[in-house]
Design a protein around this ligand. Sequence first.
Ligand code: FCB
Length: 456
Amino acid sequence: MPIEAPVDPFSPPSDSVLWKRNFLLGAATAAYQIEGAVDEDGRLPSIWDTFSAIPGKVLAGDTGARACEHYQRWETDLDLLSELNVDGYRLSIAWGRVMDEAGRPNKKGIEFYKRLVGRLKEKGLKTFVTLYHWDLPQYLEDRGGWLNRDTVYRFADYADLMSHELAGQVDAWATLNEPWCSAYLGYGNGHHAPGLANGRYATQALHHLLLAHGTAVPVIRANDPGSMVGIVANVGKSSANSNSEADARAAHLFEVQHNAWILDPLLKKSYPKDLFELWPGTEPLVLDGDMEAIGAPLDFLGINYYFRSNVKSDGAHGFTEVPLEGVERTQMGWEVYPDGLRDLLIGFKETYRNLPPVYITENGMASDDKVVDGRVDDPQRISFLKRHLAAVDSAVKAGVDVRGYFIWSLMDNFEWAFGYERRFGIVHVDYETQKRTLKHSAQLVAKFLAERNARA
Ligand code: FCB
């Protein structure tokens, strides 16, 4: 597809880190959101198959049954990456494709991922593999899911299998994607699979998720010593609704609940005390040695950032959100606030002296994109990406070791509880015909990277 002259050029200033050849620019996806083929080659159902089949859980009753048919179309989808000139690709593995209920490997499922990472390597792309992007096998949920400590050890077995099978082919392993979402949305408020809503469950599920991560880290390192091992956390920025002390406290607690709840155990080997002021009586059961395991050194930290939330005190222990008026928002209703990314990164460097090198593993936005005469204009996304990349550049200039940035997402896909209506891709997907069309943002990314590569 020809690359057109940019209307709104995606061209960073000459001193930007984006021009550096070793700053990785990539695109990201996740298995359940794109693969489809849920009954193919011995794949076992996940909690998202179950959850999305329950009426009312996902907008318009959408499910991942077909999604982008990536399981069939993976070769041409990977060619899109070449068209975009990106340096890397972040994907996830569906646990239920590669292992059966007794823990035995499923050869056909494993072959699929072998072919995928093999092709990425042939293309010279850096491959970031996430082991768990929310699709817990349903049989494990039936045994208690992340509330059951045994799931920790089942995850370590799965990590062992895949890091053994794909050793030498993966540049970076992430154990988990956004454990906050798995724990809080999955077990705390029930908006995501498996749909349970109990504060005590959320903290215990999170503890087991982090312990699964910590238990898997040394296993992956032993199997694939040449790769990096890390984890991906979503982080949130808050603002206080007023100058009152109570609202300032609320804004602080918001960031404790979103960020410190996850990052403190990983980087300080303890849970933030303030969390249990916010959620009294929800302390998880922690056994001897757990915090030490969770705090295993990381080769990188993946950060996913999307928006800011404005909050005020709820008059008791916590906060409530008060949406700001007159601010720019996306199709998700999320505020566009690039400075939040810069400020959070700088703040993490100050808070965590052992902050590992950071990759922005997700950033992007949804818009109601349409193909008109073969083109997809997405000016808000172009501006969004430009401003967030500038925010990353200023964090780097302020001394934060950020080494790369992945756009969420390579292509439109199943956006969890919002189904197919919310389009995050830089490549448009027509779900009827499965036709892919590069959006204008994708064309500009490709053009910029071609220029950068020519200069280097
Ligand atoms: C993140 C998820 C990702 C995608 C984006 C929009 O929370 O990791 O799968 O849905 O949000």
